[in-house]
Write a protein that binds this ligand. Sequence first.
Ligand SMILES: [Zn+2]
Length: 491
Amino acid sequence: MLSVNKVQSNPAFTSMQRFKAIKMIPNITCACCGQKVITPEVADRAWGAVAKPLSTAVKKGAFSNLTENFPQVSILLKSFAERFPKLSLDRIIYNDENYLELRAAAVADIANSEPVNEKHPNPNMAAKKILYDMQAASRNYLRSSSVVMKRFAIFKDRLNGYKKDIFEQFQIYAKKYPRKTLSEIVNMDEIYKFHKMKDFLQRATTREQLDYHFGNIKDIITAKRPDLAEKTDELKETALDIYAEGRDTQKHLVKMKELYEQALKENGLEKLKWKVFEELEQVPETFTTVDSFMVYAKDHKYSDGAILASLITPSMTSYEHIIPKSNGGKDTLLNGIVMCRGCNLKRKSIPYSEYIKYHPEMVYNTQKQMDMISQYILNGSLPAEFEFYPVKTSRTLYNYSAGKINVNVENYCKKALAKSERRMAEKNEELENTKDSRDKNIKRKMELEEEMKNISQNIKSLNNKVKDLISDTHYEQSLQDNLKSYLTEKK
Ligand SMILES: [Zn+2]
């Protein structure tokens, strides 16, 4: 909702809000996975274009849960729907004035409702949360698949792995059924059955692959130590548990390797490590596929918005605390880097020194991001306060990762230094010029003062002369008077 310019120019913004300027850099990449992330502004605009009008969402009861406790919000929503019959909520509140009006209504409603008040000690934060929920609810009613897929196509190259495959599948369906919505497509009988069957086969295949590779591992170990057959079966069960947990496939692989490495070491079989690792690396990454997504979306009654959000949201920008809050990290400009939400969730509060084991690519990708931000700073596209960012943030990264993330900002420092030196030279020149003209003025003033002194002295001496002349004429006059009276008396 905020443009970069506003963020930059408003001195009342906190550093967290200022960080948005970094999040809004077009094509900014995730510090962890290195993918281009989706900036909130662009996403909001896309949602605004594909969501059905607010009036439709209201009619379909999108906000019935939300507005129950919020009479003023309800009234305002209705009036928005009347004033802008063709626009979606996203589009309406893209206008700051409307957004602030809606937020004010929410704040007022919160102030009047006590139970909510207790839950949310900060009414402003609570209002923001409610607005966010309303936005999400309004996005559940999207236009037809052809409009949606066309509008969101710009995000395709920013989606991760299988999400991209799912996106492509929806593109295919949008061509085939352009008038249907995404959820209608997912719910079509023939499509559901088709994916369900494929998912079933795929899972069976994945399971077979797992059995095959873990079977190979068992053979490798028991060829040397037949007595470890039972122990190897136990290891397989533990490994499969690890495999099934969460979606961080890289972490699973590292954990499984650790598990086997430890077991081999305990039994004096370290030499088998690389052979075992080779098998583990061939294990399929996950059960999740296009087909499992399609089945899951129908079974869990995904709305249009939920389908699209589950593809897009993990690739959105987020502020990643280098030092996690739970560890005393603060919400400051210098404690943040950009990660996609997916990676941010994966990392949780794990220290980088640990996390980097599962995500060695982070070393390269943090560098890539820092280079991009540095370029923006050097171009002057970010405000001056960001000039400290690369140096200070890379230091925090280094310290907090026990030296494992060592971002090189030498180039930036050199260029920033040269830029600063140029700036200083300019300032110095300006200073010299200013000093110069100041001195000239002083000199001129002194000259004038000297001249004034001479003139006043002149005046003074002229005055004296006048005085003298006056007294002289007085003298002459009295002399003449005396002479005349003498002559008169003599007669
Ligand atoms: Zn990422």
